[in-house]
Design a binder for this molecule. Structure first.
Ligand code: FES
Length: 127
């Protein structure tokens, strides 16, 4: 059901793991299937220097998370907020229609991690 690029990415995903001393963490659930994704990021001077993911999800969720985390490394947080699941799916040369919802997990988890980062920054400023 998956194309070659998706299968290759799933078989050899990048950025799997959890950054212990992260600057932001986002955990989201997929309303459609109940799967869970967690992304942690490191940020320096407003640029994402590292991103890792853990997922309890399907092959499409793993492949899209691998691509999405690779894409945001090196982006500013504002640029990363503009990353859409459509761009990730395009990079993977498409997903089966019933698997598009899986690609939303990574986008949402990245946004959540950035929001967490910003919250922590604000807390620091207010101290
Ligand atoms: Fe749940 Fe794909 S079926 S993330």
């Amino acid at each position: 059901m998956y194309n070659k690029k998706v299968m290759e990415t799933f078989a050899n995903p990048q950025n799997v793991g959890y950054i212990e001393d992260n600057d932001g963490a986002g955990k989201v659930g997929n309303a459609t299937c109940g799967d869970i994704m967690e992304i942690t990021i490191k940020v320096k001077d407003n640029v994402i220097t590292d991103a890792k993911f853990r997922t309890f999800g399907c092959a499409a969720a793993v492949a899209t998370s691998s691509v999405a985390t690779s894409m945001v490394i090196g982006m500013t947080v504002d640029e990363a907020l503009k990353l859409t699941n459509a761009k990730v799916v395009e990079y993977l040369e498409g997903l089966p229609p019933q698997k598009i919802h899986c690609s939303v997990l990574a986008e949402e988890a990245i946004k959540e991690a950035i929001e967490d980062y910003r919250r922590r920054q604000k807390d620091k400023e207010n101290k």
